[in-house]
Ligand binder design. Structure first.
Ligand code: FES
Ligand SMILES: [Fe+2]
Length: 397
């Protein structure tokens, strides 16, 4: 029998909707503890979403439209556009974007597509005084204006001012650069820092500012992993309250005191904390702070390290995870410590990649449709799914 067609699995989807719907009607609570209890009480009854959420390309299109192309999304770091003429580029879904700082010091984001015949203007990161298209040489200023278009004699109804780069709303929070691709927000509607903070982090902004201590760290390394799993498999794994740690990370689990593992659920962020097992762990320090910012960004702070993971959907069964490592400035010259720490982090990541790919293969199998949440540890996974359900539902109807 194909389980995906069975009545229980159809009911599982209905149950997920009912439970999520109840959650969305709850009054907004300020303290994490009552929220946590309510979420636990809801997730005792809930089934996990049907596997089609993780395998169906049309569901990914819904997510792009209603989750990633709405609200603020993390795309990079202020450190990489610190000076005039600095830029970096990236891709979110099918959106190619670039972020740059102009000569006056203003930060901009644009669609990274030439207004002539659409060639990508730049790739990677660096410094440029203007953007010259590699195809036919149209040249743009760092404020997006079209400065020069070659061999245009005879063209009619063409005004250079109408062919500047298409702007994207941009903001920063601490060391992070955010963009907002929502077509319903007019470009020139500038948001205040407070508004951006609330829209991005909800009621979790104070927790983030208090715990990240980001002023003392500098970027040291980027690592990128392409994983054969839906982007949510990777996020679910991060959010399972340490449930998988003793099984999937047998070596690493002895570094943590798993009895101290806690989860705090806020509106848009989820915080997990755990103490180290040893007082002499130079990489982990005394405890770890793991924050998840809906929908796809993770910031971990442990010992002298700050680590970010950006999970980008590629297809319904493939994602890219970009790891950026920041280190306390006083240790930037300690190459041995840096390489050893990064190696340890990579080993954990290899285990997470392997388990995530195993989950994806199971999700694609006809023998699985939907599972259950373990209420004592997986309330954050449930909250993440509720937020997704809410984003997609509220924009659909
Ligand atoms: S596509 Fe850029 S100049 Fe032609
Ligand atoms: Fe893990």
């Amino acid at each position: 029998m194909n389980l995906k067609d069975c009545a229980a699995c159809t009911a599982a989807m209905a149950m997920f909707q009912i439970v999520s719907h109840n959650w969305s009607l709850l009054p907004s609570l300020q303290l994490p503890l009552p929220k946590l209890l309510i979420l636990q009480s809801l997730c005792v009854k809930a089934s996990t979403p049907p596997s089609s959420w993780y395998t169906d390309p049309s569901f990914l299109q819904l997510e792009l439209q209603h989750v990633f192309f709405r609200g603020w999304q993390t795309v990079g770091f202020t450190e990489h556009v610190e000076n005039p003429c600095d830029f970096f580029s990236g891709r979110l879904g099918n959106v190619e974007y670039l972020v740059c700082r102009d000569a006056k010091g203003d930060l901009h984001a644009f669609h990274n597509a030439c207004r002539h015949r659409a060639a990508l203007l730049v790739s990677g990161k660096g410094s440029k005084s203007c953007f010259s298209c590699p195809y036919h040489g149209w040249t743009y200023g760092l404020n997006g204006s079209l400065l020069n278009a070659n061999r245009m004699a005879g063209i009619q109804n063409f005004n250079k001012d109408d062919f500047g780069l298409v702007p994207i709303n941009i903001a920063t929070w601490g060391p992070f650069v955010l963009i907002n691709l929502d077509k319903d927000i007019p470009f020139h509607q500038k948001s205040t820092a407070e508004k951006v903070e609330y829209e991005w982090l909800g009621d979790g902004s104070e927790i983030m500012s208090t715990n990240l201590n980001y002023l003392s760290v500098k970027h040291v390394r980027r690592r990128e992993y392409v994983i054969d799993c839906n982007w949510k498999v990777y996020c679910d794994n991060f959010l399972d309250g340490g449930y998988h740690v003793p099984y999937a990370h047998k070596g690493f689990s002895s570094s943590l005191n798993m009895n101290t593992y806690t989860t705090e659920v806020y509106e848009k962020i989820i915080v997990q904390r755990c103490e180290s097992a040893s007082t002499n762990d130079n990489r982990l320090g005394s405890d770890a702070f793991y924050a998840f910012v809906y929908p796809n960004f993770m910031v971990s702070r442990y010992g002298p390290w700050m680590e970010t993971n950006l999970v980008l959907p590629m297809t319904s069964s493939k994602c890219q995870v970009i790891f950026d490592y920041f280190l306390d400035e006083t240790l930037m010259d300690d190459k041995v410590f840096i390489e050893k720490s990064l190696e340890e982090s990579h080993a954990i990541q290899v285990e997470d990649v392997e388990i995530s790919e195993r989950v994806q293969r199971g999700l694609e199998s006809p023998g699985y449709c939907s599972g259950r949440y373990v209420p004592s540890v997986e309330m954050a996974v449930h909250h993440f799914h509720c937020l997704l359900h809410q984003s997609i539902n509220q924009n659909l109807y």
